[in-house]
Structure formats: C-alpha cells, structure tokens
Design a protein around this ligand. Structure first.
Ligand SMILES: Cc1ncc(C[n+]2csc(CCOP(=O)(O)OP(=O)(O)O)c2C)c(N)n1
Ligand SMILES: [Mg+2]
Length: 538
C-alpha cells in the first residue's frame, strides 16, 4: 500500500534518478513528503523560480546524458518552465517534467480552480515527445517506466508526467516491480551500409558532420575520421566529439574552406543546420550520407543514402565495410593545420570577444564545461572557443533563447561539482536568471558566471544601428553593479575589463571555489560582429 507520490518517487529511484530540482506547492505536497521519506536516496534542490529548476534539469541532462528531473506546481508553475522545455526539445535532452493537476474531478470542468489551465495535458504534449497523466497510484510504476523508455530510446527529447493533487496523496495497492522495457533501435540495413561505404570510399574530400545524435558514438566517429582522414565539423551540440585541437577536429570557421570541395558529406545525428541554414551554399556534385535514428529526419532533408539507426553501430558498420578496401591513408594533418591557421586569422578580427575567449580556454581544463549564451561572446564562442571534449560545450540548440545560460550552468555544476563550469553572459541575458544566484549560494553550486556588461541588448543595438538607420528602440539597459550584486547574494564578485584582468579573476574564482560573478564592462557597440563567420553567405 502506498500513495501515488510514493510510487512515483520509488519509480524514479529504481530508474537511477538521484537528483531533482524544483519548487513545492500545495498541489505537490504529497510528492514532496514522499521525497522527504527517500531523501537519502534522491537529492532535492530548491530553486527561486521554476524556470531555474527546469533549466537546471536541462543542464544536468546535457552534461551527463542522463535524465534530468524537475518538479513544479501545475498551471503557472508549468508555464514558468516552458522556455526550458522547448530548449530541451530543441537540443534533444532527456528532461522529465513532473507536475500535478487540479483535483481529478475538477479537470475539464472550467470552475476556475487554483492553478487551473484550460488543458494542461495538451499543452505539455505540444512541448514534449510524450506526456501522460497518472490517474491512480497503481499506474505510477508503469508510467515512470514508460517515461524512462521514451527518455532513452529513439530520438531523445523531454517528456512530462502530471498527477492530480488528490491522486498524489491517494493510497492503493501498487505493484512496484514492473517490467522495464527498452524500445529497440532500428536495425541497420546491410545494403544501405554497403552502398554508403562504397560512396564514401570513392570520395576525394569527404567531410563528417556530427550533431548531438552522435554523442553516443565518440570512439566510432574518431575512428572513421582517422580512417578517412576527413575533417569532422559540428555546429553546436556535437562539438568536442572530435577534439578541436586534434587534426581532424574542425570548428565551423575552419570547416567552411574544405566545404567548397567536399564531395561526400557524412552527417551523423545532425540536422545539418550548419550547411542548410547557415552556409546555404553547396559544393557541386555533393552527395550526402545520413545516419539518424529519427526516420522523420530523412524526409526533412533528403540524403542520397539514409541509414536509420543508432549512431554508434551504424558508424561502426561503415568502418567495418570501409576498412578492408581503404588501406591506410596518408595523414592530412599538415594541410588541416594550414586551413585552421587561415581560419584563425579570419576569426582574429572578432574582437574583443576572441581575446576574452582565448583567456577562458587557457584557464579552463580540457574536461571543464563552457556554457554559451545569446550574447556577443556566446555567438563568437560557436567558432572561437575550441571544444576539447564531448558534452563540455553546453548550448541551447536551435532555440537561441536569451537567458538560458546561467541557470543551465547551475544544473551542469550540480552534476559535476568538482569540474569547473564557466558561464558566459551578456548583461541582458544574465538578468533573466539572476535570482538563481541565491540557489547557487544556498546549495554551494559553484558556477563562475562572466557577465559582459555593454549596457545594452548588444545584438539588437547593432541590428537597429546597421539595418534600421539608428532608430533605436529597446536596446538600452540600465544595470546594477554586478560585482556588488554578487556580494549581496553571498557570492564572490569581481571586476575585470580586459583579457589579462579576466585571466586573473578567473584564476582567483577557481581557487576560491564558491559561486562567482565576474563583471566585464564594455562600451555599447564595440564588439565586432561574429555574424559574417556564422552566416558567411547571408
Ligand atoms: C527569449 C529571448 N528573448 C529575446 C531574444 C532576442 N535577443 C537576441 S540577442 C538579444 C540581446 C542580448 O543582449 P545581452 O544578453 O546583453 O548580450 P549582448 O548582445 O549585449 O552581448 C536579444 C534581446 C532571444 N533570442 N530570446
Ligand atoms: Mg549586453
């Protein structure tokens, strides 16, 4: 005999969940009481706004590849988390939203009950891969097991579960030992693998594009690249699968040069946004081989050969088919180093951002995490910050939602307390989640946040200046003193306006090992635009 809440918490623990972020409320008291009972097995971290909890679950999931869980009250609580949910959807992150509902007999009646939404479940379904309601305690173990299957199989994306206020506290006989199923990955067609290997083997300038879908195939991608002596590029999520300081690891600026003569593109777990949306220029006679677990992707951007499969076994199948015929290719390391040096010269102009990024790379260990933002330094980082290990470049995927960074970084740090985590922010974006400085201090989540304060929504300022003849509306920002602000929260506060000063502040912040904010003041509009490199054909 147990409550639905107890069964839910038991299910989470059985499936390996050890951390949950959130904010309690009357609808979820039973759930929190069940979390209290099992507090030695699952850690709860309270936040100051539901969006903070959801972004932390997102950061936790992205950094670990494991399920990130948050809980919130229904209605406004759920709505407060939707920007983070759409980010998790955009970046294929396994996030579980666990929420409640108005009392079960009131759902759909329209009486106007506390936290009522017209149709919360439909809303959640529109934002996730799968969402369901737990209607009785006995349903909870299977619902959790099914949610976990969705979070681990096929194209990974967030899921949501809601359990009404009264049901959470209802007691019933519950069979907790339910069978755990895992949906199988699609089988690899041997014909497709053979045909792909033939096409790739005949290519003179093959290139490999990796996205977040290739994060489970790090060894295979590196082996394939080595075998083919092919550049491996990534836009955001796949960065670091091949270290960008190794010969075959290319950032997007460097990859643009060999792209002009690429004859076969091997896209692994990638939507190819870089090629189709950013570059928009295709080498003549290009052939495309795609590996993707999501069959729908093959209809969105058609490939000459599409392999619907998990990235690791499919890449392995290509290696196995190629190896016997290919032999050892001569190293292209010298040629690649020259291409990268030319790219670096082009990137060098994007100042002062690149100078600051160089310093961050210098002090951050290879395995340290860098969390980007929608700001001048964050945009520049997409090519200007070398990524040396998979998952360490934490991005918001295609959403580019301002403000996600600092809160996401806290989730990364909660998962890896001993690894340095640096979050770069604009003054605009940082204020979207500034309240979570309190969470960082209270729970000892020692993220270092660098805030580039140009007293403006810098990107908007540039666009309105250049494209709208200086008719400025909305970009000016009046800010607090960020160094002092950090201190009032109990965090360390620093001021560092130049790259050498930033180096010093970062080293101090890392040795202090407590939450820190480093303010970097810049005059509005001084940043060189990173967009010509991000959008070379625009
Ligand atoms: C949720 C959301 N709201 C608005 C925007 C539009 N937007 C993109 S960049 C930007 C300005 C960012 O300013 P700041 O964080 O100070 O960085 P800066 O460009 O000044 O470096 C805005 C408002 C967005 N991308 N996402
Ligand atoms: Mg700004």
């Amino acid at each position: 005999m147990m409550t639905a809440a107890q069964a839910i918490v038991d299910g989470l623990i059985r499936h390996g969940v050890r951390q949950i972020f959130g904010i309690p409320g009357v609808h979820t008291y039973a759930l929190f009481d069940a979390l209290y009972e099992r507090r030695s097995e699952i850690k709860f971290t309270g936040t100051r706004h539901e969006q903070g909890a959801a972004y932390m679950a997102y950061g936790y999931a992205r950094a670990t590849g494991e399920v990130g869980v948050y809980t919130c009250v229904p209605g406004p609580g759920v709505l407060n988390t939707t920007a983070a949910l759409c980010t998790a959807y955009a970046a294929n992150a396994p996030v579980l939203c666990l929420t409640s509902e108005i009392p079960s007999h009131e759902i759909g009646q329209g009486h106007g009950i506390l936290h009522e939404l017209p149709d919360q479940l439909s809303l959640l379904r529109g934002l996730t891969k799968w969402a369901e309601r737990i209607r009785h305690p006995s349903e909870a173990p299977r619902a959790i097991a099914y949610a976990m299957d969705q979070l681990h199989s096929g194209r990974v994306r967030p899921v949501a579960l809601e359990c009404p206020w009264d049901t959470l506290g209802e007691r019933a006989f519950v069979e907790v030992n339910v069978p755990v199923s895992r949906s199988d990955a699609p089988m690899i067609s041997p014909e497709a693998a053979q045909a792909a290997a033939q096409m790739i083997g005949a290519a003179v300038n093959p290139m490999i594009m990796v996205g977040g879908g290739a994060l489970g195939a790090v060894a295979e991608v590196n082996e394939l690249a080595e075998l083919l002596q092919a550049p491996v590029m990534s836009h955001r999520s796949g960065r670091g699968i091949v270290a960008e300081d190794s010969p075959c690891g290319f950032n997007l600026a460097a990859a643009y040069e060999p792209w002009a003569s690429c004859d076969v593109l091997i896209a692994i777990g990638s939507r190819m946004e870089l090629q189709f949306v950013r570059w928009r220029k295709f080498p003549p006679n290009l052939k495309i081989v795609r590996i993707d677990i999501d069959p729908a992707e093959m209809t969105r951007r058609k490939a000459d050969i599409g392999i619907i499969a998990d990235a690791a076994p499919a890449t392995r199948a290509l290696i196995d088919a190629l190896k016997p015929t290919l032999g050892k290719r001569p190293s292209r390391a010298r040629e690649f180093a020259e291409i990268k040096a030319r790219a670096r010269a082009r990137m060098e102009t994007v100042q002062p951002q690149l100078g600051f990024l160089d310093v961050i790379r210098e002090v951050l260990p290879r395995e340290g995490f860098f969390v980007e933002e929608i700001c001048q330094v964050g945009f520049t980082a997409r090519f200007g910050f070398p990524v040396l290990a998979p998952r360490t470049y934490v991005t918001c995927g295609y959403q580019d939602n301002l403000g996600f960074g600092f809160m996401t970084a806290l989730g990364v740090k909660a998962a890896f307390p001993k690894v340095p985590v640096i979050s770069v922010n604009g003054d605009g974006g940082f204020m979207f989640g500034v309240q979570e400085l309190a969470t960082a201090v209270q729970h000892g989540i020692n993220v270092i946040a660098v805030v580039f304060n140009n007293r403006s929504f810098g990107n908007v300022l540039r666009d309105q200046t250049q494209t709208y003849g200086g008719r400025l509306i909305g970009p000016d920002l009046q800010n607090p003193d960020f160094e002092a602000l950090a201190r009032t929260f109990g965090a360390a506060g620093y001021r560092a306006d130049t790259p050498p000063a930033l180096r010093q502040a970062l080293l101090s912040a890392m040795s202090e090992d407590r939450p820190a904010v480093i303010e970097v003041r810049q005059e509005p509009g001084v940043e060189q635009s990173p967009w010509p490199i991000l959008h070379p054909t625009a």
